[in-house]
Design a protein around this ligand. Structure first.
Ligand code: SF4
Length: 235
């Protein structure tokens, strides 16, 4: 239908969606999710880390039976697994758990380091899930890290050769809270201060690589001890 190269084509689509006028960024995200489902149908992959319930609720409101892929690194907090199970039941989610093809246990992490471990437990399993698909839906937001500050709503991923759609790209932290409140969605238990210890997490990843948030900390340092801010999924 077009002889535009894929990067230009999807950049133009992203700009079109970004320039649409909505009363709130939440409405824009719903429109982007709707557009993605209509455009890519079964060739669309939704992944969720279950740090919160926003993306899964947004997408299931558009396509109730959409498959939600959970990349199980085998190092998730038990609270994350419990939260995933609670949301699955409560929202009737169609979750597929994808496990890595490497040994369980922390020795692997010690042996290969965080780059090798993230690659084996996240990047490679994701690649298998995305192979043969046309588009990937991710919940990343511009405010999360400096590396994500220019995240487009829609972009061609030349490395994976598919379209990446980020409906929440324009959201602030307040938008997330507003959406969760409006939809009566539970928060991940670790993002709420523990009643006895007061411990709270600003970002939830794998247990060995995630630290609780302390007043005055840069929230980005809570993952990998500040050694890096991306695991390699969002390149
Ligand atoms: S976040 Fe840590 S435990 Fe999880 S895959 Fe990466 S290095 Fe391994």
């Amino acid at each position: 239908m077009t002889d535009q190269n894929p990067a230009d084509r999807w950049r133009a689509e992203s700009e079109r969606l970004e320039h649409l006028t909505f009363a709130h960024e939440i409405a824009r995200a719903e429109a982007v999710a709707q557009w993605a489902v209509q455009t890519f149908s079964d060739e669309l992959v939704l992944t969720a880390s279950f740090q919160d319930a926003v993306m899964v609720n947004l997408l299931r409101s558009v396509k109730p039976d959409i498959e939600v892929v959970f990349l199980d690194t085998q190092y998730s907090f038990p609270e994350t697994i419990a939260y995933r199970n609670e949301l699955t039941q409560r929202l009737h989610l169609n979750v597929r758990v994808v496990e890595p093809d490497v040994p369980r246990g922390e020795q692997f992490l010690l042996d290969v380091g965080t780059t090798g471990c993230c690659n084996a437990r996240k990047v490679q399993p994701l690649q298998k899930v995305l192979t043969g698909k046309a588009a990937w839906l991710s919940g990343i937001r511009r405010v999360e890290t400096p590396e994500r500050a220019n995240t487009p709503l829609v972009a061609w991923d030349p490395k994976r050769e598919l379209v990446k759609v980020s409906p929440l790209a324009t959201w602030t932290d307040e938008d997330v809270v507003q959406y969760q409140t409006e939809h009566d969605l539970p928060a991940h238990p670790l993002t709420v201060p523990h009643p006895e210890t007061g411990l709270v997490y600003s970002s939830i990843g794998c247990q060995p690589c995630t630290l609780p948030f302390k007043q005055g900390d840069d929230p980005r340092n809570s993952r990998w001890n500040g050694e890096k801010t991306e695991c390699g999924l969002h390149v």
